[in-house]
Design a protein. Structure first.
Lengths: 343, 343
DNA sequence: TGCGTTATCCAAAGCGCTTTGAAAATGAGT
DNA sequence: ACTCATTTTCAAAGCGCTTTGGATAACGCA
């Protein structure tokens, strides 16, 4: 069923039917009702390609999935961020489109998505330090929003980010206040901007306290469970092992816990652990009392907000740049305690 | 830059330029090269909406995300399945589109996606028992594939699934052979088809061994970490607690492990655990020796295969129905051992 | 040279919608 | 009854592409 057929059935012109359906004022209310009833009855749905061609808008937001199988952003966080964004998109009549690109052709993927007219806006996830894609998108003139920020990029752009530095600064201070001196950081990949900022926060807190950082206690990789486990086991073998560990995700925190258990150490007593908690729906940090002391910020919520900001940007391309910095809460759970007295 | 402009620059007709770019034979090779060079130089990209309008195909595959915040399928598995599918889509020139729908309007979402011409095919994830959506899609005549199956639906349809029943049958037998008699099943939501089949396998193995199932040992809910923990803790308090636990995902297995640790029990010695492992990239089951004994089947691989099967279906709508049943491997790890002797 | 083939290229129609500019219908005012 | 303004409807153009049905040029061969 297309417009033409529907208009023939109704004995009206396509113009009138189109207008009736799209809420234009220059159509008699009775006619509008008739048209709407007929459309519902025949299950008429305007072809979105044709509509897009005619209006110049696709009502689709684009995301790119980097296909290198082990890329930081694809995984734990992906599902929740997308679920949050998707809901907001649909509230505003947008769909979301994903396109796959291997690491070498990501830039091309963005370009293609927009220039083909497939999407009206783009979400850039997982920015690295000096993220080149931001300039690319800016030059293309596509409305976009960055989930995160990129140190070293000085063109203005819309972003929404957690205050990673302050989170890790406060978390580290918290451990220092508990008497810890050997504090490890199990970080994400350090070319990722968020990892860099977390590291900065961590270092600043150490510095404030007059502690000098130990490279042996700073690890960086993809945030998997296995990685958290591996690095922890490795550090526990040091001559002077850490008494506290900061880790970049709940997933790796679980690996940390596993390593501690294997070593017969009690979390929160022998070794304190603080994790960053993205508040993933299938991996809640306990029910009432948090399992891990954590810096918490819902990535699902971030997805919702990113979607809304992007839609606003699409509506008002000339608005000044908008940014949004979310503060993570520091929630205290059972995984931290005073530094053990070694003597 | 559009076709018209490009053809004017080249002094050719739109027809010829279009054909040159799309590899049609009725164009001189020299001309084709000239056209390709110019297209590259000017960064010409055919508008996909216009192309879609003209060809009647959108080169997009649709997925629907149910928006009830706690739905079974959205989460742990989502990211990896999608990543697998996305790669195959892009190999064949397809993009993927997501649309959000709350539980009441999922059917409408599928209908809209296809009838608006937004997608050429649909992936149906997380089928329930008696999944109504399958008939809806069949009647609509849209090419689709189901990830999973649906007991009680008797129209033929394409699907790819893990042999859930046989996996859990074998896993349960394995525990019985180790001397376990009190075996718990921490299952997914039982209106999900996969959960039902796992339960069948579990029950069949008990039956074979002359064991009668204990409702107290059969739990069912969303497969979160917290859930695995909660049910385990609860069952450990029974007068006659389980000596072995089967659980439906790695995530809930982690909760099981946490509960065992809290109770001072050693996994693989005091209580054996077998998990179903979807082989998620950020949650590998250990490095060399598996942590959990597990029934393993890569959901990412399933995503790839689903994508390929769907694309074939789109190409050949009249082909006979295709189905694919994957056998999970039973990998033995450190979480299982002989049943403890209580006497 | 003339004619049938084949290789190239093109004009125009069509995909299904929105939107412009104009026409028809209605109503108000005198 | 007639004019003018307003409301309601319509025909046709246009969005950017593919594809049909020719036209033209080039070629082979008698």
């Amino acid at each position: 069923m297309n417009l033409k057929q529907l208009s023939e059935i109704l004995g009206l012109s396509q113009t009138t039917v189109s207008r009736a359906l799209n809420g234009y004022p220059e159509v008699n209310e009775d006619t509008r009702l008739r048209v709407q009833a007929a459309a519902a009855k025949h299950g008429y749905r305007p072809n979105s390609r044709a509509k897009g061609l005619a209006t110049g808008r696709s009502m689709v937001i684009g995301h790119v999935i980097p296909s290198s199988s082990q890329h930081e952003m694809v995984n734990p966080i992906f599902g929740d961020f997308v679920a949050g964004a998707a809901r907001k998109y649909s509230d505003h009549g947008y769909d979301m489109m994903f396109t796959n690109a291997d690491d070498t052709s990501i830039e091309e993927a963005y370009r293609s998505l927009f220039q083909r007219g497939a999407v009206d806006g783009i979400v850039l996830q997982g920015p690295k330090v000096n993220e080149h894609r931001i300039e690319v998108l800016t030059r293309m003139g596509v409305p976009f929003i960055v989930h995160g920020r990129s140190t070293g990029v000085d063109v203005p752009y819309d972003w929404i980010d957690v205050n990673n530095k302050s989170s890790f600064l406060r978390a580290t201070r918290f451990l220092i206040d508990l008497g810890h001196r050997r504090i490890a950081l199990i970080n994400g990949l350090e070319d990722m901007d968020f990892a860099q900022r977390r590291r900065d926060g961590y270092l600043e807190a150490l510095h404030e306290a007059g502690l000098s950082p130990d490279p042996e206690l700073m690890r960086s990789a993809e945030m998997t469970e296995v990685y958290g486990h591996h690095e922890t086991r490795d550090m526990l073998r040091l001559v002077d092992p850490p008494t506290a560990i900061l880790t970049a995700s709940m997933i790796s925190a679980i690996g940390v816990r596993r390593a501690l258990n294997e070593a017969g150490l009690k979390m929160g007593k022998d070794v304190s652990v603080i994790a960053h908690d993205d508040d993933l729906s299938y991996l809640k940090n306990g029910q009432d009392v948090p399992i891990f002391t954590a810096t918490r910020s819902s990535v699902r919520r971030a997805g919702e907000m990113a979607a809304e900001m992007l839609i606003e940007r699409i509506k008002s391309p000339e608005d000044p740049v908008k940014t949004r910095l979310l503060e993570a809460e520091l929630v205290v759970g059972g995984s931290t305690g005073p530094a053990p007295n070694r003597f």
